[in-house]
Design a protein around this ligand. Structure first.
Ligand code: DGP
Length: 114
């Protein structure tokens, strides 16, 4: 069994409700929500960080973005707007080392600090 938390969620060994899934992507609610809508959009493939993506894997981010946009529409946050975040590495704030995109919505997001 994989040591990776998100691989275990994807495999179904850590029961988690998926708000979206397809052949390449799953999405589920963040356990520690930072906004009324806080969904993690995750590739099924184990990729540690966005820094691991190169020219041969550009489709991964497109798939995550397309799924996030769809979930945003289904969550009714598309009209007012939302934030998509990918944290990369320790200084980027990444704590789970399986690539994921945060979809945050349902409240006004603060401006990014300079
Ligand atoms: P990041 O800091 O970008 O690596 O985000 C990881 C997110 O994963 C963090 O916001 C909390 C969330 N998280 C951690 N463990 C679990 C879990 O077991 N289930 C769910 N649904 N989310 C988790």
């Amino acid at each position: 069994m994989s040591e990776c938390l998100f691989c275990r969620i994807i495999a179904g060994s850590l029961p988690t409700e998926f708000v979206y899934e397809d052949e390449h992507v799953v999405a589920f609610r963040d356990i520690n929500p930072a906004a009324p809508v806080h969904i993690l959009v995750v590739p099924r493939a184990h990729i540690e960080t966005v820094a691991d993506l190169g020219g041969d894997s550009t489709g991964v981010m497109s798939r995550l973005t397309a799924a996030a946009n769809r979930i945003a529409r289904e969550s009714d946050v598309d009209a007012d707007g939302y934030r998509l975040i990918v944290n990369c590495g320790r200084d980027g704030g990444q704590t789970v080392f399986h690539l994921h995109m945060h979809l945050l919505g349902g409240r006004k997001m603060p401006e990014l600090a300079a």
